[in-house]
Design a protein around this ligand. Structure first.
Ligand code: NDP
Ligand code: OXD
Length: 314
């Protein structure tokens, strides 16, 4: 039973050593090791290369290092019928909520205004509005969106969420489906994206949608926070919206091209808050614990949790 690491931009050796300790009866290999493709039963994958599935004729389970599986489900050679399991863990959820709460509170508390006034050595005692007057809208009410929504609600924000199907999360106003999207946008001051990247959600952060956000409540205008995927955002539109005032500020953790090219105009905008795809991490300890327990349960009873619906895309 051989377990192959296929982890682009991540140390395969480090993960392989940790898995080998946790799964002593399995052979754990990296792409640099000697193995024959037919012996691979399990694959641990992040950003699969074009040849990721070549020759893996006896593959039984694909484990995603990420919570987001867009690069796996859109892979042209993804073997049909092989289950895909994604990363779901409280450690990742907690990290993401930390990022979302930090960025929402920063925009609520007018970080850009005070940064600009500091540069001018200007002392102007403007008091931000109470959290309860700020409408936060979270796109995606899954593992990550639900937790962020609940934490922001506990801080006093007026939180709504948008998903495909209603979730019944107490204390959160819910909008479901495309028919309710404009209504959701029109009540939102700070828009947070925690959607999976699918053909339906591609480029959802665009000028047409920014111009539907509520204006006149958050000083300077509405703000966006994107911690999902760069494919959700039209970066030219974000630059234009940040320069022209359609958006007061944007927090972006993900980009169409990563690393974000040094030529991107986003780097130079003082109302754009850039982080290098670090909102939440699939940590080694949690990943080894999760995948080991999934492999053990699969081998004992055939059961797997957190399965991806490949056709749906998440
Ligand atoms: P989930 O699959 O648990 O949740 C996805 C949510 O999005 C669900 O509520 C779903 O609604 C909703 N959704 C999907 N498609 C649509 C649509 N067309 N219209 C409206 N709602 C839709 O995902 P997670 O919460 O675990 O993760 C979300 C994303 O966060 C990941 O896909 C990944 O890209 C990103 N991520 C980024 C990280 C970072 O460090 N920047 C780290 C981890 C994840 P419904 O349930 O009703 O179908
Ligand atoms: C993920 C990510 O999808 O880190 O988990 O982006």
């Amino acid at each position: 039973m051989t377990f192959l690491m296929h982890l682009s931009d991540v140390s395969e050796r480090e993960w392989a050593s940790a898995f080998q300790k946790a799964l002593p009866n399995h052979k754990v290999v990296t792409r640099q090791d000697q193995y024959s493709p037919e012996e691979i039963k399990y694959l641990y994958v992040w950003k699969p290369e074009a040849d990721a599935f070549d020759g893996l004729d006896n593959l039984e389970v694909i484990f995603s290092l990420g919570a987001g599986v867009d690069s796996i489900v859109k892979h042209p050679k993804l073997p049909r019928g092989v289950p895909v399991v994604r990363f779901v863990d409280d450690t990742l959820t907690q990290c993401m909520s930390d990022y979302v709460v930090a960025n929402v509170t920063m925009h609520h508390r007018q970080a850009t205004r005070y940064k600009r006034e500091q540069a001018q050595r200007k002392w102007d005692q403007y008091y931000p509005e109470r959290a309860s007057t700020i409408n936060v809208g979270i796109m995606g009410l899954g593992q990550l969106g639900k937790d962020a929504a609940q934490k922001l609600s506990m801080l006093g924000y007026n939180v709504a969420g948008w998903s495909r199907n209603p979730k019944g999360i107490g204390g959160i106003e819910e909008f479901s489906g495309t028919a309710k999207f404009d209504e959701f946008l029109s009540r939102t001051d700070i828009l947070v994206c925690l959607l999976p990247l699918t053909p339906e959600t591609q480029d959802i952060l665009c000028m047409a949608n920014f111009s539907k956000l509520r204006r006149g409540h958050l000083p300077g205008g509405p703000c966006i926070v994107n911690a999902a995927r760069g494919g959700h955002q039209n970066e030219d539109d974000i630059v234009a919206a940040l320069k022209g005032g359609t958006l007061a500020a944007a927090s972006l953790d993900v980009f169409k091209v990563e690393p974000l090219p040094t030529s991107s105009e986003l780097w130079a905008l003082d109302n754009c808050y850039i982080t290098p795809h670090i909102a939440a991490i699939s940590g080694l300890e949690a990943g080894v614990r999760l995948v080991t327990s999934q492999i053990n349960s699969y081998e004992q009873s055939g059961e797997l949790k957190h399965l991806v619906d490949v056709e749906r895309g998440y």
